[in-house]
Design a protein around this ligand. Structure first.
Ligand SMILES: [Zn+2]
Length: 356
C-alpha cells in the first residue's frame, strides 16, 4: 500500500469528540432516524411483510410508511450489523425538516457501540416550516453554527457535519440562503459541507459557484447523488465537478434497478457501473475526491425489513473493488481517508480560544 497521511483532526460524534485516526470504515451519507415522507403525502400504516417488501422497495416513494424510521431499537440493531461488517462510523445526514432525532441517535450509538455523527442544516424548501423558509442568511448561519457548537434542536448533542443541505431545481431562495449560511457556519466551526443538489445536471455547478463565492473551502464540500444527477457520467459531469475541487458522492450503493422511482425515464447505474465511474476518476488522478455511501432513507433498504443494510459496501462492494483491480490505497481513500477528510474538524475550531 502506498504511504498515506494518517487522518488528522477531530470527529464530532453524538457521544463526543474523537480523533479522526480512530476510525477505519465510514459510511458518510446515511439516515438512521428520519421522516422523509414527501410533503402533502397522505400518511399510511402499511405493514412491510415478506410478501410486499420487494414491490414497496422497487417503487420506494409510493408508500409513505416506507419513508420513515423512528425506532431507536431498530437503529441500534442496524448499527450493530454495520459493525459486524467492519464499519465503525456512520453519518446520519437527517437535517432540519427530516425529523432529525439527536438524542435517539445518541441512544442508538451507545447501545450499539458504533460511532454516529449528526448533521446541522436544512433540507429542501418543501420540507421546511414557514419561519425557516423566511429566515435570512445571518439567522440560518447562527442556527447552523449553534447546532455544531452548542447542540441540535434544544439538546446538548452536537452536529459534526453541515448538511445534506437540500436544494431543488430550480434553486429556491431559501435554499440559496441556506447554502451561503452553510459556508459561513463552516468557516466559523471548521465543519465540512454536504449538499443534496437539484435533479438537473446544471444544479451542482450553480451550487459550487454559490459556495465558492461565499468563501467555503471547496475541498471540504461534497455534492451528493451523482448516481441520479449524472446516470451516464462523462467529462462534463462528476469529472468536471471534481476538477473544481469538491468531492463527488455516489450514494445509491445497493440500488440496482433500471427504474428510478422519482423519474422512470432515468436509468440508474448498477454498483458495478458506479465502480467504473470511480475507475475513470482514479485514472484521472482524482481519487481523493470520491465518496461512497448508501443513503438509506427507506425501511426496505434496512436489514430489519429485508434490505441490504448499512454494511453492503463493506460486505460486497469492497471485494468487488478488489476483483475490478482497485489498489489497496484506492480502497483506503474511498472507505476511510476521504470521508474522514470531509468530517475532520481542525483543532482550531474545536478550541474556541484559538485565534482565527
Ligand atoms: Zn440523504
Amino acid at each position: 500500500m502506498p504511504a498515506q497521511d494518517p487522518p488528522i483532526g477531530t470527529i464530532r460524534t453524538v457521544c463526543g469528540d474523537r480523533p479522526a485516526a480512530d476510525f477505519a470504515a465510514v459510511m458518510v451519507h446515511e439516515h438512521l432516524l428520519y421522516d422523509i415522507t414527501p410533503p402533502g403525502a397522505v400518511p399510511d400504516d402499511t405493514q412491510i411483510t415478506p410478501q410486499n417488501r420487494w414491490q414497496i422497495d422497487y417503487l420506494s416513494n409510493q408508500t409513505p410508511a416506507n419513508a420513515r424510521q423512528q425506532d431507536v431499537g431498530i437503529a441500534a440493531s442496524e448499527l450493530t450489523a454495520f459493525c459486524a461488517d467492519g464499519g465503525d462510523l456512520i453519518v446520519d445526514q437527517s437535517v432540519g425538516g427530516l425529523a432529525r432525532d439527536p438524542t435517539g441517535l445518541q441512544a442508538a450509538s451507545l447501545a450499539s457501540g458504533c460511532a454516529v455523527v449528526a448533521a446541522a442544516g436544512t433540507y429542501t424548501a418543501a420540507y421546511l416550516d414557514p419561519e425557516t423558509q423566511a429566515a435570512d442568511t445571518d439567522t440560518l448561519a447562527a442556527r447552523f453554527t449553534a447546532e455544531i457548537t452548542t447542540g441540535l434542536d434544544g439538546t446538548t448533542v452536537r452536529a459534526g457535519l453541515i448538511g445534506e443541505i437540500g436544494c431543488s431545481w430550480p434553486l429556491q431562495p431559501c435554499e440559496s440562503r441556506a447554502l451561503i449560511a452553510a459556508a459561513m457556519a463552516a468557516q466559523r466551526t471548521g465543519a465540512g459541507i454536504s449538499v443534496h443538489p437539484g435533479r438537473d445536471p446544471r444544479a451542482p455547478f450553480e451550487i459550487v459557484d454559490i459556495l465558492g463565492q461565499a468563501g467555503a473551502d471547496l475541498t471540504r464540500v461534497v455534492i451528493c447523488h451523482m448516481d441520479r444527477t449524472y446516470p451516464e457520467p462523462d467529462e462534463t459531469g462528476p469529472m468536471a465537478l471534481a476538477r473544481l475541487g469538491v468531492m463527488v458522492e455516489w450514494d445509491f450503493f445497493g440500488v440496482e434497478s433500471s427504474y428510478y422511482w422519482m423519474d422512470p425515464d432515468v436509468e440508474l447505474p448498477t454498483d458495478r457501473g458506479r465502480l467504473r465511474a470511480f475507475r475513470a476518476l482514479i485514472d484521472a488522478g482524482l481519487r481523493d475526491r470520491i465518496l461512497v455511501s448508501h443513503d438509506i432513507c427507506t425501511r426496505t433498504r434496512a436489514r430489519h425489513w429485508g434490505g441490504h443494510g448499512y454494511g453492503h459496501v463493506l460486505r460486497n462492494i469492497v471485494p468487488l473493488m478488489r476483483r475490478m483491480g482497485f489498489a489497496p490505497g484506492d480502497i483506503a481513500h474511498l472507505i476511510r481517508l476521504n470521508p474522514l477528510r470531509l468530517l475532520a474538524m481542525p483543532q482550531a475550531a474545536i478550541h474556541p480560544e484559538f485565534p482565527r
